[in-house]
Design a protein around this ligand. Structure first.
Ligand code: SF4
Ligand code: SF4
Length: 315
């Protein structure tokens, strides 16, 4: 299914282009069509929830792209062979949660601001059908939480057990992204021990971490634990986790954290994550942080800024 050189070459060249569907997003039709569109557009990686149904949907879409690759090229597309990445977590994390509430508790006078603010159309009110949060569509962004006037929207977190992770990693997955936070070395170690026997089958490990006191020492400790690695390594710098913010401020946080990790000179590639938006590439370019600028230390990614608005899921 996959072409080993293409995504790896993109990392080396600094134009790694990843579709992030969201660690909790399970809307299969949307994931299928996003995968189809982004694979046709030449994406190097499709990053999805560690859910067998989601993984199956991505495989299906990639098979369609493979079947029509020649025709797509003749029509001016540049179809890629993206790696399939699943996201795992070593503890509580906003990427791994779902909103929930009991619609019976909603006052009749409420104008339903939760429904309007949800970017994934995951909140429904249907007098003859389902009302509440549509679980498969919710990706845990949290925008609905503060807007509820009677504070009835809560969240529930999820974390796969090591026993559930292993068969997933064995099922046609090319890459794993591990979400962690500073200070969780013990939890990370437990997760790593569970997946370590499968790592030789992977093409890439990504470690996603927000900033925190002692970040670089923490990342060094992780590197000590996981090395030597038989595959590529990406440090995903989560400057503004789950922000979905289109403003310049979010990009500043994303770029600043990327610079901090680049300056630490850890082995591996650096990819910006939370806080990226349509300003990010320009900012990286102005600061000489793209490979095209000739800088030795460069960010290895182009953010997925071209995603359709509805599915522009913040990472
Ligand atoms: S606003 Fe975000 S957290 Fe709330 S239901 Fe929609 S996707 Fe889920
Ligand atoms: S904002 Fe709160 S009270 Fe209003 S409809 Fe949404 S969940 Fe119910």
């Amino acid at each position: 299914m996959t072409n080993l050189l293409h995504p790896l070459q993109a990392l080396r060249d600094g134009d790694w282009f990843k579709l992030i569907c969201g660690a909790s997003f399970q809307n299969l039709p949307a994931i299928r069509s996003l995968t189809l569109s982004y694979a046709l557009a030449g994406a190097d990686c499709v990053d999805v929830a560690a859910d067998p149904a989601v993984i199956f949907a991505v495989h299906e879409a990639l098979q369609v792209v493979g079947r029509f690759a020649d025709e797509a090229r003749s029509r001016g597309f540049r179809p890629g062979s993206p790696w399939l990445m699943v996201s795992l977590n070593d503890g509580e994390d906003p990427h791994f949660r779902k909103a929930e509430f009991d619609p019976a508790l909603c006052p009749a006078s409420c104008l339903r601001p939760c429904e309007a603010i949800c970017p994934a159309q995951a909140i429904a009110f249907n007098p003859r059908g389902f009302s509440g949060v549509i679980d498969s569509r919710c990706y845990g962004c949290g925008r609905c939480l503060p807007i509820c006037p009677v504070h009835i929207i809560g969240t529930r977190s999820h974390c796969l057990t090591p026993a559930a992770i292993v068969p997933l990693v064995l099922t046609g997955v090319d890459a794993v992204e591990i979400h962690t936070q500073v200070g969780r070395l013990q939890d990370f170690t437990t997760l790593w021990r569970a997946i370590a026997p499968q790592v030789p089958q992977l093409k890439l490990i990504a470690i996603s971490c927000p900033d925190g006191e002692g970040l670089i020492d923490y990342l060094r400790a992780l590197y000590e634990l996981i090395s030597p690695l038989p595959c590529a390594l990406v440090w995903q710098t989560d400057g503004r986790p789950m922000s979905g913010d289109i403003g310049d401020g979010a990009t500043r946080a994303a770029v600043k954290l990327g610079q901090k990790v680049l300056a630490a000179d850890l082995p591996g590639y650096v990819q910006l994550a939370g806080g990226t938006n349509s300003h990010t590439v320009d900012k990286l370019r102005r600061q000489g942080l793209l490979r095209e600028s000739g800088g030795k230390k460069a960010i290895a990614e182009l953010p997925t800024a071209a995603m359709p608005e509805l599915y522009c899921l913040p990472c």
